[in-house]
Design a protein. Structure first.
Lengths: 132, 386
């Protein structure tokens, strides 16, 4: 499936390339431990600039989802599942993603999922699969 | 009359259609002329302009005309103006204008929203969309997952209502059915065909649980509201409608980081600025780019509890034109046309003035709520004819 890809910069590179090492990386404040997503060079909880990308477990829970049936993109095959996944160990961080490798009607709110990276050139997209 | 407050005086609207060939600046002019005629104001009395989201060169169909162009083209001498997208959704432009007239920065402000998406899509050579190799900004968090449409982002909130609160398709259908029924009585409505529940239930899905009839469609039109200062009403010939309260709370402009949509804090905040209560409201004109939004707005504004919106509109009688709380009496965006937020304020004013013709609400409505957005951005206005 062809996808629009993010332009890499110093703020987002850790997130989009962590998959090269099999790691889901999120920005975390080193002073108050809050997570900062989207990644920025300042903590939105305590305004500390002492932030860095850290690896999280790469598992999470489906917060909500939709089955997209409309061919909004000429290159994406429908139907497919779009979901918001609440990331384990990173309170407040929710990623929009796809749940793959299962029938579209097999996904529900509350499902446990784990990351599965899909490489597109210099970008590793964090997709998710159901945790068995 | 309360001289330190802001009022909506003239309202105007261009032809509403798809694939129009009339220049979008001229559609804007059509709506401005209608608003001026209604208010009795001349263009020389206009000293402010406010718009959302300003001219968007990368996607001209979305917003082909900016405040700069209107000021220059119409020879307006503006003592205050604003236009931009980083504001609390479309009607944020009206909030800004109201603040400006209350501060004495202008007396009569033209607020406009011009859309040209259907025409631009039909004539891409004339109105090209900028193509980028890569996405950035907020798009990077959704587009790589082919979550491209606002239908996808909205559908995820709607699915949570389905699973958590038991929202049914029959309940959701009442928004589109009400819109379609009201549009039959509005000569300017974009979609003037009846819709039955059976047709709705048989419709194809766009992004579950939203089906084809839950979505608005690209429209070409311009909508204008003139916001006037309370101490300038002696220059106006029409019945002024007071902006009794306004709210536009945004916590995080994002489709996935917030737990809830921005309509919830915005709806709650609206009542902090007024002595009016939800029970005083005669009609609600609630943003419905997707049919799910009015359900959330009804909850957010306190007409019912969180999660009860579906049951509140069940069967459709309560929100019908002759019901206790008529909703989107011009057809909303789903049937009235994607006027993008401004249509709701235009209709609220039209109803409060008794100018709605065949779709006029009975019993002399005096208080209305109108809203725009609801997802990551939201604005609510309480309008009153005192």
């Amino acid at each position: 499936m062809s996808r629009p890809l993010p332009r890499l910069d110093n703020d987002n590179r850790a997130f989009w390339t962590g998959g090269a090492d099999g790691e889901l990386r999120l920005h975390q404040c080193q002073d108050c431990q809050a997570f900062i997503h989207p990644p920025r060079p300042v903590c939105r909880s305590c305004l500390s600039e002492h932030v860095k990308a850290v690896a999280v477990a790469g598992t999470g829970v489906v917060d909500t989802y939709t089955v997209n049936c409309q061919k909004f993109s000429p290159t994406a095959e429908v139907p497919f599942v779009i979901a918001r996944v609440a990331i384990d160990g990173a309170p407040g961080v929710i990623l929009t993603t796809n749940i793959v490798d299962c029938p579209v009607d097999a996904v529900d709110i509350g499902d446990r999922v784990r990351v599965k990276f899909e490489q597109h050139g210099d970008v590793w997209l964090p997709l998710f699969v159901k945790a068995s | 009359m309360r001289t330190n407050e802001a009022f909506i005086t003239g309202v105007g609207m261009s032809e509403v259609g798809t694939k129009l060939t009339r220049h979008p600046l001229l559609l804007t002019l059509d709506a401005i002329k209608e608003a001026l005629a209604e208010s009795g104001l001349a263009i020389g009395q206009i000293d402010g302009v406010s718009t959302y989201p300003g001219r968007v060169p990368a996607y001209l169909g979305f917003s082909p005309v900016g405040a700069d162009e209107v000021i220059d083209a119409l020879g307006i001498r503006a003592t205050w103006y604003a236009g931009g997208g980083e504001i609390s959704s479309q009607l944020g432009a009206v909030v800004a204008a109201a603040a400006a007239v209350r501060a004495g920065l202008a007396r009569h402000v033209i607020c406009f929203r011009t859309v040209y998406e259907a025409a631009a899509m039909a004539r891409p050579d004339e109105y090209p969309a900028l193509r980028r190799d890569r996405v950035d900004g907020s798009s990077q968090w959704t587009a790589p997952f082919n979550a491209i449409s606002a239908a996808n982002w909205t559908a995820q909130y709607a699915m949570r209502h389905v699973k958590r609160y038991g929202l049914t398709r029959e309940q959701l259908a009442q928004v589109a059915l009400t819109d379609r029924a009201n549009a039959l009585l509005n000569p300017r409505a974009l979609v003037r065909e009846p819709l039955t529940l059976d047709q709705y239930m048989a419709a194809r899905m766009i992004s579950t649980p939203l089906c084809l009839y839950d979505c608005d469609r690209f429209t070409d039109a311009s909508t204008v509201l003139i916001v006037s200062a309370g101490d300038a009403l002696d220059e106006v010939k029409c019945t002024p409608v007071r902006i009794a309260a306004m709210a536009g709370t945004v916590e995080r402009h994002s489709w996935d980081q917030p737990e809830w949509m921005a309509c919830y804090p915005t709806g709650a905040d609206l009542w902090k600025h007024t002595d009016y209560k939800p029970d005083d409201v005669d009609t609600v004109q609630l943003y419905d780019g997707f049919a799910f939004y009015p359900i959330c707005w009804l909850e957010a504004l306190g007409f019912c509890e969180l999660g009860e919106g579906g049951r509140f509109i069940e069967g459709g009688k309560r929100i019908a034109l002759d019901g206790e709380l008529p909703l989107n009496t011009f057809g909303g965006q789903i049937a009235g046309g994607r006027l993008h937020g401004f249509g709701f304020a235009h209709e609220a004013v039209t109803q409060l003035r008794g100018n709605a013709g065949a779709r006029q609400i009975k019993n002399d409505p005096r208080v209305a709520v109108c809203t725009s957005g609801g997802g990551p951005l939201a604005t609510a206005l309480l309008l009153a004819r005192d």
